[in-house]
Design a protein around this ligand. Structure first.
Ligand SMILES: CNc1nc2c(CCNCC3CCCCC3)c3nc(N)[nH]c(=O)c3cc2[nH]1
Ligand SMILES: [Zn+2]
Length: 374
C-alpha cells in the first residue's frame, strides 16, 4: 500500500478546481488546503493543540534547518519529528535545496550536490539527493520532497534548461535512495522557470517516473502574480489528475484562490506567521496593520467576520498595545488569527467547490478584500 494516495471527490463545474482528500500514514488532508509552516520543528508561537483547534490538517518542516540544528540524528533518536514536536497529524518536509539558496552563502552547485556554509556558524556543509533523503527519512515526514534546484528569477533559458535536467537526474537519485516508500511519500518538483517548453520537458520527465505527488517549484520567486498564473495555466494540466498538486511557497489569499481555481491542491507560505510578528494581519476586509495609531482606541475585534480565539476575546486596541510593547502574547494572538484566516479561507474554497460556485466566491472575496489597501 503506497504511503500517499489521492482521492478525487469532485471538480467544480464553474472552475477547474477540485475537491479531494490526500490519505497519509498520519491522517487525511482535505484539499485544497493551506499548510502552516513550522521551519524549526514548531509553527512559531503556536502549540500543537492550538493548530488542531484551528483545524490545521498538515504542517511543514524543513530538511535544511533541522539538518543544521539540532541535526537529523537527534530527531531520529527522539523517535522522529512527529514525536519530537508532539504533532500526530501529517507532516511535509521540504528537501532543503531552496533554503540553501535563500539562506546560506558561499554555496557551490555540482552534479553531486550543493556545498554551502551554514548560515548559523559558517561551517562547511553538503546537501545532495542522497543526503536530503537520509535526513527526511530520519525526520519521518509523511511527504518528502525531492532534492531540486529552484532557479533564480529572472534566469536565462539555457541556465533553466540545464538546471531542470539536473533536477530530473537528482529526482531519479532520490527515488533510488528512498528507503521506506511504504511509510513516506516522495513528491517530485517540476521546474522550468517561466518557459512553457521547459515546463513541459520537466513535467514529462518527472511524470514518467511515477511519483505519488507533484509539486510546482520555481514560482513565487519575484515574478508578477500574472506571470505565475500564466505558468500555472499551462503547467497544472500536465500533471496527473489522480495525484496531489502542491504549489510551493504560495500563500497570499488572492494567490491561494487563483491557484485553487487552476487545479492546485496544496499550498504553503511563511507569510501568515511572518507578517503576524510585525503586527500585520489578514482580515476579510484586507490587510490590517494593527500596530498603526488609528487603532489605539478601536475596541472592536480585529475582524468582525472572524470567530477565532483572538477575534472573540481581544480588541484591536489591546493587540496594538501588545505589539507596540513587544509582548510575546501579541505575536501569538496575531499569528493565531492569520493562520485561522487562511485555514478558514480554504474551508470556504472547499465549500464553494462543493456548490460549483468558486468563481462567484472569488469575486465576492475580492469585492471585500483590499478595502484597506487603497
Ligand atoms: C516563497 N516562494 C517560494 N518558496 C519556495 C520553496 C519553499 C517552499 N516552502 C517550504 C517551507 C519554507 C520554510 C521552512 C519550511 C519549508 C521551494 N522549495 C523547493 N524545494 N523548490 C522550489 O522550487 C521552491 C520554490 C519556492 N518559492
Ligand atoms: Zn480572527
Amino acid at each position: 500500500m503506497a504511503a500517499i494516495t489521492y482521492e478525487h471527490i469532485k471538480t467544480c463545474k464553474q472552475s477547474g478546481a477540485r475537491l479531494g482528500r490526500v490519505h497519509t500514514p498520519h491522517g487525511i488532508i482535505e484539499t485544497p488546503t493551506f499548510m502552516p509552516v513550522g521551519t524549526q520543528a514548531t509553527v512559531k508561537t503556536m502549540a500543537p493543540e492550538e493548530l488542531k483547534q484551528m483545524d490545521a490538517q498538515i504542517i511543514l518542516s524543513n530538511t535544511y534547518h533541522l539538518f543544521l540544528r539540532p541535526g537529523h540524528d537527534i530527531v531520529r533518536e527522539a523517535g522522529g519529528l512527529h514525536k519530537f514536536m508532539n504533532w500526530d497529524r501529517p507532516i511535509l518536509t521540504d528537501s532543503g535545496g531552496f533554503q540553501v539558496f535563500s539562506l546560506s552563502d558561499m554555496r557551490k552547485i555540482t552534479e553531486e550536490g550543493v556545498h554551502f556554509r551554514s548560515h548559523l556558524n559558517g561551517d562547511k556543509k553538503f546537501l545532495s539527493p542522497e543526503v536530503a533523503m537520509e535526513v527526511q527519512n530520519a525526520l519521518g515526514s509523511d511527504i518528502m520532497m525531492a532534492f531540486d534546484e529552484c532557479p533564480p528569477y529572472p534566469a536565462e533559458y539555457d541556465y533553466v534548461k540545464k538546471s531542470l535536467e539536473r533536477t530530473t537526474r537528482w529526482a531519479e537519485r532520490c527515488l533510488k535512495a528512498h528507503a521506506r516508500p511504504e511509510d513516506q511519500g516522495l513528491f517530485a518538483i517540476v521546474q522550468g522557470g517561466m518557459y512553457e517548453d521547459l515546463r513541459r520537458q520537466s513535467a514529462a520527465d518527472l511524470t514518467s517516473m511515477d511519483f505519488p505527488g507533484y509539486a510546482i517549484g520555481g514560482l513565487s520567486v519575484g515574478e508578477s502574480k500574472q506571470i505565475m498564473y500564466d505558468v500555472l495555466d499551462y503547467t497544472v494540466p500536465l500533471l496527473p489528475q489522480n495525484k496531489p498538486r502542491y504549489l510551493m511557497g504560495v500563500g497570499s489569499p488572492d494567490a491561494l484562490l487563483e491557484g485553487a481555481i487552476r487545479g492546485v491542491d496544496m499550498f504553503d507560505c511563511v507569510l501568515p506567521t511572518r507578517i503576524a510578528r510585525n503586527g500585520t494581519t489578514m482580515t476579510s476586509q484586507g490587510r490590517l496593520v494593527v500596530r498603526n495609531a488609528q487603532y489605539a482606541r478601536d475596541f472592536g475585534p480585529l475582524d468582525p467576520e472572524c470567530n477565532c480565539y483572538t477575534c472573540r476575546n481581544y480588541s484591536r486596541a489591546y493587540l496594538r498595545h501588545l505589539i507596540k510593547a513587544d509582548e510575546t502574547f501579541g505575536l501569538r494572538l496575531t499569528t493565531y488569527h492569520n493562520l485561522q484566516f487562511l485555514l478558514d479561507l480554504m474551508r470556504k474554497v472547499r465549500e464553494a467547490i462543493r456548490e460549483d460556485r468558486l468563481l462567484d466566491f472569488r469575486d465576492e472575496f475580492f469585492a471585500q478584500y483590499g478595502l484597506y489597501d487603497n
